[in-house]
Design a protein. Structure first.
Length: 357
């Protein structure tokens, strides 16, 4: 590692993390520790049962529930939920769900400064970041502010056992993408790199066990540990080409978040491995291949990931525009983002072929 010949700056948020099967039942202690008495519980309509379950765990410390969280954090939903928080005199937000529900909690915190307890039920990682994306009139804007960083995270593997197998795989690869790009981030530190490698290792080791038995709380717990690490990396360092490609495909072609990450990851990493093979060597080692992108591709195939953008409904005719958009206002990337090479990368990802190495 060349870290100790270089200067670096590391930052980490003051977050309290509680971890373990059944830990959700301790939520009242956490509400009290934050000095709150009136939690607003958030879920999606699909996970509405959890709002009622959590009302029970909170004892008298509940102001109400809002069960209307939606994908992409639409501003009208955030305004409605914020108004409800104000009307109910809520003094804390308790978000139970995936990135969409956690995004709504952050949107309320942004508008009110209320503290947040988050209970993730996917591996997406939003719980560990100061980042919020919001959508208005079809346009998504993202900002980073400590105001939206949740104060407490409760990781409870029992809640993830219900995550359908297909979403388990794509959400895991979504989390792994944060760690993979963290390995070459400009603002990485020895600590973010350690977390990235350990997060990738946890998913590599535990995901096959989860797929054999989705109710296995030990294997689920190890993947959730991986999600914590990968999410923390996402919260600490900047992302590059892979996230830009996924934001382009999601924002302009309406492709689904986790599946797009899952398909694109081996291709983006293969692209960058040409420029930073040393930084990606730990990833290549973990996936037992001389090439990091190819190793990830084999792993994704083995765990049954979707492999082709065409299967998400993207038409081949859209690839030229996708390449044009992807090279417009590029994020910092370790390899120059060249239009022709990106077009080739997208072609391989669209067809479900091996990444270009
Ligand atoms: P999601 O929250 O959109 O959930 C998808 C669906 O799965 C929902 O219907 C949800 O209710 C359901 N679901 C979630 N967990 C479940 C479980 N355990 N069992 C059964 N059903 C379950 O999916 P996601 O991939 O977690 O989140 C994606 C969103 O999060 C995107 O909008 C993305 O931009 C955002 N995100 C933000 C950050 C950040 O740092 N701001 C980080 C990662 C993701």
């Amino acid at each position: 590692m060349s870290f100790f010949r270089e200067q670096f700056t590391a930052r980490s948020a003051a977050v309290r993390v509680r971890f373990g099967p059944g830990m959700r039942r301790s939520v009242a202690e956490e509400i009290e520790a934050l000095g709150a008495k009136r939690a607003l519980i958030l879920t999606t309509p699909q996970q509405a049962d959890l709002a009622d379950e959590f009302s029970g765990y909170c004892g008298g410390l509940v102001a109400g529930t809002y069960k209307g969280a939606k994908m992409h954090t639409p501003v009208d939903v955030s305004e409605e939920a914020t108004q409800q928080a104000r009307d109910l005199g809520a003094d804390l937000v308790l978000a139970v769900g995936g990135g969409s529900t956690i995004g709504l909690g952050k949107a309320i915190a942004l508008r009110t400064d209320l503290p947040q307890i988050v209970v993730p039920t996917t591996y997406a990682g939003s719980e560990a970041t100061p980042v919020i994306g919001q959508t208005e009139n079809g346009v998504k804007t993202t900002q980073s502010t400590p105001k939206v960083q949740p104060e407490v995270i409760i990781y409870d593997a029992e809640l993830v056992t219900t995550l359908p197998v297909e979403m388990t795989v794509t959400s895991a690869l979504n989390a792994m993408a944060h760690a993979a790009e963290g390995l070459y981030a400009q603002d990485r530190s020895p600590i973010s790199t350690l977390m990235a490698i350990e997060g990738l290792r946890a998913f590599r080791d535990a995901l096959p066990g989860v797929l054999d038995n989705p109710a296995d709380t030990a294997a689920r717990g190890e993947t959730l540990y991986g999600a914590w690490l990968c999410g923390t990396v996402l919260g600490q360092v900047g992302m590059a080409l892979h996230h830009k490609l996924c934001h382009t495909l999601g924002g302009s072609f309406d492709l689904p978040h986790a599946q797009t990450h899952a398909i694109m990851l081996p291709h983006s990493i293969a692209y960058n491995a040409q420029a930073v093979p040393d930084q990606l060597a730990p990833l290549a080692d973990l996936f037992d291949d001389s090439h990091a992108g190819r190793g990830l591709h084999r792993f994704a195939k083995k765990v049954g990931s979707p492999m082709a953008l065409k299967d998400l409904g993207l038409s081949e005719a859209d690839l030229d525009r996708a390449a044009d958009l992807a090279v417009t206002k590029p994020y910092w990337n370790p390899r120059p983002v060249e239009r022709d090479a990106i077009r080739k990368l997208l072609q391989a990802a669209w067809a479900g072929e091996e990444p270009v190495v």
